[in-house]
Design a protein around this ligand. Structure first.
Ligand code: LLP
Length: 419
C-alpha cells in the first residue's frame, strides 16, 4: 500500500497533484512519499514488537539524505556498503551505533572510518577482510564487533543478477566454512564476535527460501554455541519483494510474524536489512511525453526520462507500472513502447503499454523509490533529475536538478599539446 492515489482522474502524491509538482520542478523528476516510507517501516517494526529487534534500512536502495532522515526519526538502524553511505547516515542524523557495515570489498580507509564512527557491526565476507579488521582495530587499541556473512546456499528464486545466496554467488562465506572462520575470528585480536548474518537475494516472492535460510542459520548458531561462541544477534538481510505488477509477495508484517514465531524463546536479537520493501513503492519517476512516433505496427512514446535516470527496465528487464498522470478522456488508448532519448536500443522504461496519451502529457513510472535515482548516471551527458519528498500537502525539494556546470566540473582540459 502506498500514498500515490488517483482522485478525479489525477494522480496524487499524498495530497498533492503530481502534475503540480511536475509544473513547478520540471521533468524527469523523482517524487517520494514520506507517509509511505513510514508505513512500510512501521509494518516491520510492529510485526516484530515484543522481541528484541532492529530494522536496519538498506541505504543502497535510496540514499537521499532526507529519506534517511525520515527513517532515522523513526528509530531505524541502517545497513551500509561503503564509507560514502556511512557519511550519508551520519549527515542524515542516523546512529552509527545502529548501523551494520556489509559489502564484499571493504577498503582499509572504510574500516578505519567505520571503527572510529562506532558502527554496530562489521558483516564480514571473507578471511582476508577479517584479518584486515583485526589489524586495523588492534593498531588503534579498539575492539571491532563482527558477524560473518554466511552464504546459506538456498535458491531465492529471483532474477540471477539479484540472487546472492547460492554457492556460485560471490557473496559471503560458505556455510560449511563459516564455523572455521568463526573459530578463527574468536581468537583474533581486536575482534568481538557478536552476530551472524545472511542475505539471500532481492525481490523475493515467497517466505520459503527465507525461512529455509533461517533454519540453516539457527543450526550454525547452535554449532557455534558448542564451540563456545555466543551469537548475540542474527541478521537475516533484506530481500522481501514488492508488487511492481500483480505479484503478491509476502508483506513485511507476515514476514515479521513468521520470524518472531520461529525465534520465540531464543536469546537472539533479530536484525533485518530491508531496502526495496521500504522504498520502492514510496517513489515514482515522472516523465513527459516529447512526442509520438510510429504507426499501427509499432508505436513509440518518446519521453524525457531515460535509462540514465531509471535503469532497472534496461538492466534487469524489470517491469514497472506506467500510467498517465492525468486521465485524457478524449484520446483513444493505444499500445506504446515508452522510450527515452538515449542512444541505445535498450533505452526503454516500458514496452507494449496501453496508454491514452498525446505529446506533452505526463507519465508516472511507479515503484521507482528503490534502486531508481541511486542507480542513475550521466550517460549521454544528461543531468540527473531532482528528487522531491511529499509530506501531506507539503512538497520539499530534497535534491535539485543537476546542472551541466556541476557535471563537467571535475573534468580537466588538456594542456597545450604538441602536434
Ligand atoms: N542487505 C544486503 C547485504 C544487500 O546486498 C541488499 C541488496 C539488501 C540488504 C537490500 O535488499 P532488498 O531488501 O532491497 O531486497 N539493483 C537491484 C537490487 C540489488 C539488491 C542488492 N542488495 C534492483 O534494482 O532490483
Amino acid at each position: 500500500m502506498d500514498f500515490f492515489n488517483r482522485h478525479d482522474g489525477e494522480l496524487y502524491a499524498e495530497s498533492v497533484p503530481v502534475s503540480r509538482i511536475a509544473a513547478a520542478h520540471g521533468t524527469p523528476c523523482y517524487i517520494y512519499s514520506r507517509a509511505t516510507l513510514e508505513r512500510h517501516f512501521h509494518a516491520y517494526d510492529r510485526a516484530l514488537a515484543g522481541m528484541p529487534h532492529r530494522i536496519c534500512y538498506a541505504v543502497k536502495a535510496n540514499s537521499n539524505l532526507s529519506v534517511l532522515n525520515v527513517l532515522a526519526r523513526l528509530g531505524a538502524g541502517f545497513d551500509i556498503v561503503s564509507g560514502g553511505e556511512l557519511e550519508r547516515v551520519i549527515r542524515a542524523g542516523g546512529d552509527p551505533g545502529a548501523t551494520v557495515f556489509s559489502g564484499v570489498g571493504k577498503q582499509r580507509w572504510e574500516i578505519e572510518r567505520a571503527l572510529e564512527a562506532g558502527v554496530r557491526c562489521f558483516n564480514v565476507e571473507s578471511d582476508f577482510e577479517l584479518a584486515m579488521i583485526s589489524e586495523v582495530a588492534s593498531e588503534r587499541g579498539r575492539i571491532a564487533p563482527v558477524s560473518v556473512r554466511v552464504n546459506p546456499d538456498v535458491d531465492a528464486g529471483t532474477h540471477p543478477y539479484i540472487s546472492t545466496g547460492l554457492k556460485e554467488n560471490k557473496f559471503g562465506v560458505e556455510i560449511e566454512q563459516a564455523r572455521v572462520l568463526y573459530r578463527r575470528a574468536a581468537e583474533m585480536p581486536g575482534l568481538e564476535v557478536v552476530g551472524a548474518d545472511c542475505h539471500i537475494g532481492s525481490q523475493l516472492q515467497s517466505l520459503d527460501p527465507l525461512m529455509d535460510a533461517l533454519e540453516r542459520m539457527l543450526a550454525l548458531i547452535d554449532a557455534l554455541a558448542e564451540d563456545g561462541i555466543a551469537i548475540q544477534h542474527l541478521d537475516m538481510g533484506g530481500g522481501l519483494g514488492v508488487p511492481y505488477g500483480d505479484e503478491q509477495p509476502p508483506s513485511p508484517g507476515a514476514y515479521g510474524e513468521a520470524l518472531k514465531e520461529r525465534l520465540a524463546g531464543r536469546d537472539l536479537e533479530l536484525l533485518l536489512e530491508p531496502g526495496r520493501s521500504i522504498a520502492a513503492n514510496a517513489g515514482i519517476m515522472v516523465t513527459r511525453v516529447e512526442g509520438i512516433k510510429g504507426g499501427d505496427e509499432h508505436r513509440f512514446a518518446i519521453v524525457d526520462g531515460a535509462m540514465n535516470d531509471l535503469i532497472r527496465p534496461s538492466l534487469y528487464s524489470a517491469w514497472q507500472r506506467i500510467e498517465a498522470v492525468t486521465d485524457q478522456s478524449g484520446i483513444q488508448p493505444a499500445v506504446y513502447d515508452v522510450v527515452g532519448p538515449v542512444c541505445e536500443t535498450g533505452d526503454f522504461l516500458g514496452k507494449q503499454r496501453e496508454l491514452a496519451i498525446e505529446a506533452g502529457d505526463l507519465l508516472a513510472v511507479r515503484s521507482a523509490g528503490a534502486y531508481g535515482f541511486v542507480m542513475s548516471s550521466n550517460y549521454n551527458t544528461r543531468n540527473r533529475p531532482p528528487e522531491l519528498l511529499v509530506d501531506g500537502a507539503d512538497v520539499h525539494l530534497v535534491r535539485r536538478r543537476e546542472t551541466l556546470e556541476e557535471q563537467l566540473a571535475p573534468e580537466i582540459p588538456l594542456p597545450e599539446l604538441g602536434s
